[in-house]
Design a protein around this ligand. Structure first.
Ligand code: PGA
Length: 251
């Protein structure tokens, strides 16, 4: 039996100004029961990292960013580097979110560069993978996920990847209210863990946390989290209200 501590992560996407984000973080700290049996991370937009960091600095809540660029500095207009994220107080960084892949042209190759850069700087990557509705309908789910994992983690060993968190986020379930059933999610998580065992060995597979994301809400979190290979959640919409997110954290 593994002792993976569930990680409940909130992705605030492009919502909230610096002051609004700090308010939500404050409300979250008041409404949540933080125990050592749960890890919690919130990822506000870049412009709110510093204000949220000030609110959560002496709490167990971790700060995450929603993306990074892989260079430390340079002439890369509009980008934010891992050095800057660390300076703002981040410990985690979401990488390869399907919105980045679909709307901003990110590829497995650039996802790999971002993961390498995060690890090099001691940031914990939350590496997102997931299939679209069409891919699932045509039975391509497992081949799509295999390819995303293989390309995204190319050239990295189990030692390099010790900090990695994997997030399975079926694209058809993100922001749609259509959650994968706990059975559907468990099937994929089980296969992903088996894949991790093949590539990196049993000890690694047993320790890596695999989060589920896609319309996680207060009323379905407990059922999803009861599955043996689901080790936490990446929550979008329902993490924007402190009360809802607190309910998910304390599922
Ligand atoms: P959702 O988003 O919970 O709003 O579906 C999840 C995500 O995009 O990480």
């Amino acid at each position: 039996m593994s002792n993976r501590i569930p990680l409940i992560a909130g992705n605030w996407k492009m919502y909230k100004t610096a002051a609004q984000a700090a308010d939500t973080a404050r409300q979250l700290m008041e409404s949540v029961d933080l125990t050592p049996e749960r890890e919690v991370m919130i990822a506000p937009p870049f412009t709110a990292l510093v204000s949220v960091a000030a609110v959560i600095q002496n709490s167990p809540i971790s700060l995450g960013a929603q993306n990074l660029f892989w260079e430390d500095e340079g002439a890369f207009t509009g980008e934010v580097s891992p050095v800057m994220l660390l300076d703002a107080g981040c410990r985690h960084v979401i990488i390869g979110h399907s919105e980045r892949r679909q709307l901003f042209g990110e590829s497995d190759e650039t996802v790999n560069k971002r993961i390498r850069s995060a690890l090099k700087h001691g940031l914990i990557p939350v590496f997102c993978i997931g299939e679209t509705e069409e891919q699932r309908a045509s039975d391509e789910t497992f081949s799509v996920l295999d390819k995303q994992v293989e390309n995204g983690l190319e050239g990295l060993s189990s030692n390099d990847l010790e900090a990695l968190v994997l997030a399975y986020e079926p694209v058809w379930a993100i922001g749609t209210g259509k959650t994968a059933t706990s059975g559907q999610a468990q099937e994929v998580h089980g296969c992903l863990r088996a894949k991790m065992a093949d590539r990196y060995g049993d000890a690694f597979a047993d320790s890596i946390r695999i989060l589920y994301g896609g319309s996680v809400k207060p009323n379905n979190a407990a059922e999803l989290m009861s599955m043996p290979d689901i080790d936490g959640a990446l929550v979008g919409g329902a993490s924007l209200r402190a009360e809802d997110f607190a309910q998910i954290i304390n599922y």
